[in-house]
Design a protein around this ligand. Structure first.
Ligand code: IMP
Length: 185
């Protein structure tokens, strides 16, 4: 699976470009069928979901609009406090709209839980979540994922929008980083 283009820090490719394409085709078909005849708003969570959202949105066969939010989470890092902050809010008013949160990865679940509570309070007509990757072994709070791409083990993953210290985001596949890279050794 490894070739010259794969950085040394990568341990293993978990999903190839082709596998991602297939999963997105399926997801987009389901979403297009589920939301046919409804006004759909996709909310991409920056920065991690920007590639996922762009590829998913272009596959939808129904009209939809797109907006973004940016959050900062401390939950997945040193403190595990679950504290989440809004860095950039939506431009759109979501009241009475059919909304799907588009998130790169659910780890502890704190970020998605926070978002679901925050957005529910704004009274959308409906609220669902579409998540590319989930690490079930890391979950600390229960969250509902309506559309899921891949379940993965407890490893730090990069590529296809996901980063480690702002690196590796534009790799065209999803890959596990060597543990020594994020363990600092
Ligand atoms: P949670 O709040 O613990 O579920 O974490 C969600 C956020 O942590 C994601 O939106 C990512 O930004 C980040 N994150 C968690 N695990 C990974 C990973 O393996 N690679 C890249 N980012 C991650």
């Amino acid at each position: 699976m490894k070739d010259k283009a794969v950085p040394d820090e990568i341990q293993e490719i978990l999903a190839t470009t082709k596998q991602i394409d297939q999963v997105l085709d399926k997801m987009a078909r389901r979403i297009s069928a589920d939301y046919s005849g409804r006004d759909l708003l996709l909310i991409g969570i920056l920065k991690g979901a920007f590639i996922f959202l762009a590829d998913l949105a272009r596959r939808l066969t129904i009209p939809h609009s797109v907006d973004f939010m940016s959050l900062s989470s401390y939950g997945a890092t040193a403190t595990a406090s679950g504290e989440v902050r809004i860095i950039m809010d939506l431009r759109t008013f979501i009241r009475d709209k059919h909304v799907i949160i588009v998130e790169d990865i659910v780890d502890t679940g704190y970020t998605l839980q926070y978002l679901q509570h925050l957005l529910e309070a704004r009274r959308p007509a409906s609220l669902r979540s579409c998540v590319l990757l989930s690490k079930p072994d890391r979950r600390l709070v229960n969250v509902k994922i309506d559309y899921l791409g891949f379940e993965i083990p407890d490893q730090w993953v990069v590529g296809y929008g996901l980063d480690y210290a702002d690196r590796f985001r534009t790799l065209p596949y999803i890959a596990a980083l060597r543990p020594q890279v994020y363990a600092g050794g």
